[in-house]
Design a protein around this ligand. Structure first.
Ligand code: ZN
Ligand code: ZN
Length: 445
């Protein structure tokens, strides 16, 4: 694996790919005019103002998700969402970290409905949000253009659309979006036969009317790869069996039906209660720096450009923590901004063990320091609940998060994914005021 890795890292094709997104100005937080951005000196708290944006990467990334605030309207309710987030552990009360907990209806703000919302037999059969097809939810330009090509070969049926296509092919830049959007309805109609909202499972009756009854289909539940292997889900499913940090108990019940069709409600309606650091999640600097917490450097202020772009998945030596020596041995080229580190934790399947295991591997302080000082990495991904080794838990977090330029994604699901270059897409919830958030990460080949 090391040989493969070195070949990979040193190949010029790889370098060209990753250089694509090199930008001196790419930091985890947008620059604040007038704010002290000195590296070591912590700016006075009055200068600490997070910039809240919806557009990132020079307009390339547009956030169309509503921020979760207590003022969000709540369906058919006179009142708003109200308090949904609180500090379970606070540094002001002597805790080493700030740790939030949240409680939300599943249909809060920008959200998705699964069929079990209004069909109780689908609910019973397990057609939940985790079974939705990520290819439908993440059509990339490539798949869009493949379908456009398909559409263009069907000119006879599509003459009005074809003129749009010609226009689309001759237009440049952002204008191209307009005909593309207008085309979507016909494209989806054409592609519908192959692109269902649920992956087809061998042996499962996919007929429109006959509904699989009773048992949940294990194949359906295990499916983690979408779009002919092009999209790989690297997020752990949230289940009661997930390990919880520093706890002998697993996560336990985190979801229940607030309204149930079995009790006469017209829809099923779940509520969720979770720690902000559950399963695959992101840390914001307020997790370990209380003045950042107070200043509002929460998960909603993280830069989506860092969280979305070319990334390396690398294997680290499987027997040790991530020290300076190990980091140096990986020869990660300058210019690489996003690295997902696969460690012994994946081999040991620690995320599948209910009890928290303190013998997991992670960054030692000197490894974190080496990364900060010698690489351009701004997104650090790891395969257990903490990026920092248990012995250096707080020091490593402090080194990574002090500059507010590095984003930490923890608890990634990296088994069975070849090491290499991907495009990573990680999206945290827009939890206003939270120092952590469950995050959905996928890799696209
Ligand atoms: Zn965390
Ligand atoms: Zn952490």
């Amino acid at each position: 694996m090391n040989c493969t890795l070195h070949r990979l890292l040193l190949s010029s094709a790889t370098l060209a790919l990753i250089a694509f997104h090199v930008a001196a100005s790419l930091s985890a937080y947008p620059v604040v005019l007038g704010a002290n951005t000195g590296e070591c000196s912590v700016p006075a708290s009055e200068n600490l103002v997070p910039v809240r944006r919806e557009v990132y990467g020079n307009g390339r990334i547009i956030d169309i998700t509503h921020r979760l605030t207590s003022d969000l309207p709540s369906y058919e309710s006179m009142g708003s969402l109200g308090q949904f987030l609180w500090l379970a552990f606070s540094m002001k009360n002597g805790s080493l970290t700030n740790n939030s907990e949240m409680k939300l209806p599943a249909h809060t703000g920008t959200h998705v409905d699964a069929p079990g919302h209004v069909y109780d037999h689908y609910y019973e059969a397990g057609f939940d949000v985790d079974t939705l097809d990520l290819e439908v939810l993440n059509a990339t330009n490539r798949s869009l253009w493949t379908r456009l090509h398909f559409a263009s070969t069907k000119r006879a049926q599509l003459s009005p659309t074809s003129s749009f296509l010609k226009k689309a092919n001759t237009m440049s830049g952002r204008n191209r979006c307009i005909p593309l959007l207008l085309l979507l309805s016909s494209i989806y109609a054409l592609a519908a036969a192959s692109l269902d909202a649920y992956p087809s499972v061998p042996g499962l009756d996919a007929g429109g009317c006959s509904v699989p009854t009773g048992e949940k289909n294990e194949n359906l539940l295990l499916m983690r790869v979408f779009g002919n292997g092009r999209i790989i889900d690297i997020t752990h499913r949230i289940t009661p069996d997930l390990p919880a940090f520093d706890s002998e108990e697993s996560l336990g019940q985190f979801l229940w039906l607030l309204l149930s069709m079995k009790n006469g409600s017209i829809a099923n309606f779940s509520e969720i209660k979770l720690s902000a650091h559950t399963g695959t999640h992101v840390d914001a600097p307020g997790h370990v720096f209380d003045h950042y917490y107070d200043a509002g450097f929460d998960v909603d202020s993280l830069d989506l450009e860092i969280l979305n772009g070319p990334a390396l998945l690398v294997d680290v030596p499987k027997d040790k923590n991530l020290t300076a020596e190990v980091m140096e041995s990986l020869h990660i080229p300058k210019g690489v901004r996003r690295v997902l580190f696969r460690t012994l934790n994946t081999d040991r399947r620690l995320m599948y063990k209910k009890e928290f295991d303190t013998s997991y591997v992670g960054f030692m302080r000197d490894g974190a320091k080496w990364l900060v000082e010698n690489t351009d990495i701004k997104l650090v991904g790891i395969d257990y609940l903490s990026v920092a080794a248990y012995d250096d838990l707080i020091p490593s977090h402090l080194v990574f998060l002090e500059s507010r330029e590095i984003i930490l994604v923890e608890g990634l699901k990296l088994e069975d994914v070849p090491a290499g270059v991907y495009t990573v897409h990680c999206l945290p919830l827009r939890l206003l005021g939270a120092e952590g958030s469950p995050i959905r990460c996928i890799l696209i080949k």
